[in-house]
Design a binder for this molecule. Structure first.
Ligand code: ACO
Length: 335
């Protein structure tokens, strides 16, 4: 079995910035409420004609360039998203095609905001066993396309973006040290986009009832998130034989600053080791963690040998975490 690490990262967010004040024009809310209750100040919104595959393509391209990997050398493309271009075909197939990754298997993975963690956990199994040498994992969302813009309790929370990582074998002792994944479908209805699938196919009624938009029981999701984030971070560190004192950097899912604060307190790590991007991007679902990872690396916040904990929760309900010992150089293996 090979050790598997991240040897390249990339991200992309749309140019259009939407501030809290912009919402004041069409829903009963204000900047003070949004920033004090969530920590969010602004988010990026994709143009109407920009599907998620475009964001994923841009992020994937940058990650491949960063890793110095040619598209035809990619063996696997996974796109984690809850806002695919189509119900089918998979967005991963469209992105692989645009990248020129013609030798890659490609599929989508749906685990909401935990999608990127599920994605790297899945891809790393293929690389660890030697079945594949190079995997590209992308978390991308256009949440703006599935929001009810009249519902102030949800439309203010989300943003659009994509982040990507290239996985390859790395020197032993580096790369992913542990994973922890979980799911509880009994909470599935707490956060969903009910219509458009086989239970409620699109109809006039589903449109009139706004069932193609995000429905969320905010308080219940909040309580679940506060409990699970701390728990899963502690578990994944234990699995790696580490404690909170070994953590150099924590990248939590970016849903609400109060959720992050509670998890950080529970874990007992210093807040200056925690990466925050929700103030400028809102909750980008599966894209939040990989965008934060890419920007942290590019800003020089990650050094060789650093121990990084990434932890997320999301619709499903799902949760997941991983411990990564940073080493960007891939191992030279004989094909
Ligand atoms: N502006 C002004 N007032 C608002 C707004 C708003 N945007 N939204 C809600 N309110 C009001 C409510 O109507 C309520 O008014 P009332 O007391 O008169 O009924 C009051 O503010 C308090 O509402 P709460 O829901 O209790 O507010 P809370 O402090 O719980 O914050 C929030 C709501 C931000 C949604 C919070 O519950 C939260 O962050 N939940 C978790 C959401 C989350 O993490 N989602 C992502 C999941 S990940 C994925 O897979 C996509």
């Amino acid at each position: 079995m090979f050790s598997v690490g991240i040897v390249g990262t990339g991200s992309y967010v749309p140019e259009n910035v939407m501030t809290n004040r912009d919402f004041e024009k069409f829903v009963d809310t204000n900047d003070e409420w949004i920033s004090s209750r969530t920590g969010i100040r602004e988010r990026r919104i994709a143009p109407k004609d920009m599907p998620v595959s475009e964001l994923c393509y841009q992020a994937g391209l940058r990650a491949l360039e960063d890793a110095k990997v040619a598209p035809e050398d990619v063996d696997l493309v996974i796109v984690a998203t809850i806002t695919p271009d189509y119900v089918f075909p998979a967005t991963a197939c469209l992105v692989a095609d645009r990248l020129g990754a013609k030798n890659a298997a490609a599929f989508d993975l749906e685990a909401g905001c935990t999608g990127f963690i599920y994605g790297v956990a899945t891809a790393s199994q293929f690389v660890a066993t030697g079945m594949y040498k190079t995997a590209l994992v992308i978390g991308g969302e256009t949440m703006s396309k599935i929001l009810n813009w009249e519902d102030r309790s949800t439309c203010i929370l989300f943003g659009d973006g994509a982040g990507a990582a290239v996985l390859q074998p790395v020197e032993e002792g580096f790369g992913f040290l542990s994973f922890e994944l979980g799911a509880d479908g009994s909470g599935g209805e707490l956060l969903s986009q009910p219509a458009g699938g086989s239970k409620y196919p699109a109809s006039l009624e589903t449109i009139e009832k706004n069932l193609h938009a995000v429905q969320m029981a905010g308080k219940e999701v909040y309580k679940f998130a506060v409990r699970i984030m701390g728990e899963v971070a502690i578990k994944v560190l234990e699995k790696a034989g580490l404690t909170h004192e070994d953590v150099d950097l924590m990248i939590p899912h970016q849903a609400n600053m109060r959720i992050v604060d509670a998890a950080v307190k529970r874990l007992g790590i210093s807040p200056d080791k925690v990466i925050i991007n929700l103030d400028k991007y809102g909750n980008m679902s599966a894209a939040s963690i990989p965008v934060a990872l890419d920007e942290s690396f590019k800003e020089g916040r990650i050094a060789e040998g650093d121990t990084i904990v990434m932890v997320g929760f999301g619709t499903g309900l799902t949760w997941g975490a991983c411990v990564l010992r940073w080493r960007k150089a891939g191992l030279k293996t004989n094909d």
